[in-house]
Design a protein around this ligand. Structure first.
Ligand code: FEC
Length: 293
């Protein structure tokens, strides 16, 4: 039995198309959903072939088992918007005898709207029953930066770093999200020896308020107008092959690039590759050092 355990958190993804309405309702948190937006979301999952099984959930599970091996500690996955829930992961950790829990989100950049939400779910579930070492952000982790830098080094394309957009009001609240994203992009470009790069947001939701921009689709228009011919997309705000990568980049952005006569490629996502798992393991070890046994 180990005194420490890890709760590895992610956004969550429906296991099958039939789960999409309940999943979307969870994301909306009780706010109304337009039938057209729901139909559109179902169509996107269906287009990716997620009928009865979801490869993203298999990637998260593979990452969990690899991290467990690397750390020799129990690792439990907890999802923000689907099962297994963060609270279930916490109960498993406590049931296994953990008195210290490292909380790590598979998203490197802090925003109150994103990581802040994971933290609240974790803290509420633990409710003082264990010490929590929560990782707020790992956007400038040297291993993570080096991994991405290796993927853009030597390209002759214009590199576009991307991340999930968020409502623009976060900037008035002094949220560090955009600054952390730009810092990752700068560090990766610097280490990868890339001089020709820009940053854009992606995956904005139709919530009726302004979101952070520029959106990648508009940005591709600008790049084409500027005479750019080849683009390499490096999504620094994500780490695996989920809907926002496989639809928003591989389908939507690819389609827009085609219309503009731009050649668009994207880097391979880290997913469960051993080098990335080592990066995660090192982050967890440092977090647990803050709450000694
Ligand atoms: O592959 C999958 O099944 C899941 C892909 C997925 C990831 C993801 C990551 C982030 N989101 C963030 C913020 C928001 C905000 C809203 C929002 C809405 C959606 C919808 C889907 C969705 N997100 Fe997402 N997000 C993923 C999927 N996201 C599906 C709902 C339909 C749609 O808009 O397309 C708006 C909520 C609202 O309506 O009020 C805000 C942020 C991240 C990156 C950090 C993280 O991974 O947690 C930030 C992956």
């Amino acid at each position: 039995m180990s005194d420490a355990a890890v709760v590895l958190m992610a956004y969550g993804s429906p296991e099958r198309v039939a789960d999409v309405p309940a999943y979307y309702a969870d994301i909306r948190g009780g706010r109304p959903i337009s039938p057209a937006h729901l139909d559109d979301l179902v169509a996107r999952y269906r287009a990716l072939g997620i009928e009865d099984a979801n490869p993203l959930n298999a990637i998260t599970e593979a990452t969990r088992t690899a991290l467990e091996r690397a750390l020799d500690l129990p690792v439990h996955t907890g999802m923000k918007h689907w099962t297994p829930r963060i609270a279930e992961a916490v109960e498993r950790a406590l049931g296994g005898g953990a008195t210290r829990i490292a909380g790590l989100v598979l998203a490197p950049h802090y925003s109150r709207l994103s990581i802040g939400g994971y933290r609240k779910l974790l803290d509420d579930a633990v409710a003082g029953r264990a010490e929590v070492a929560f990782v707020e952000s790992w956007h400038d982790d040297p291993g993570f930066v080096a991994l991405l830098a290796d993927r853009v080094r030597g390209t002759d394309a214009h590199v576009v770093f991307t991340a999930h957009s968020l409502p623009a009001r976060i900037l008035e609240e002094g949220d560090p999200y955009r600054d952390q994203l730009l810092e990752t992009a700068r560090l990766v470009a610097e280490q990868g020896g890339v001089e020709d790069w820009t940053f854009s947001f992606q995956s904005e939701s139709p919530t009726g308020e302004p979101w952070l921009g520029p959106d990648i689709l508009d940005h591709l228009d600008e790049l084409a107008a500027r005479g750019v011919e080849r683009v390499l997309v490096c999504p620094v705000g994500f780490v695996s092959d989920h809907l926002e990568i496989r639809w928003d980049i591989d389908h939507e952005a690819q389609e827009r690039a085609g219309e503009l006569g731009l050649a668009l490629e994207r880097i391979e996502m880290p997913n469960d590759e051993p080098r990335f798992v080592e990066v995660l393991a090192a982050i967890v070890r440092r977090a647990l050092d803050r709450v000694p046994a």
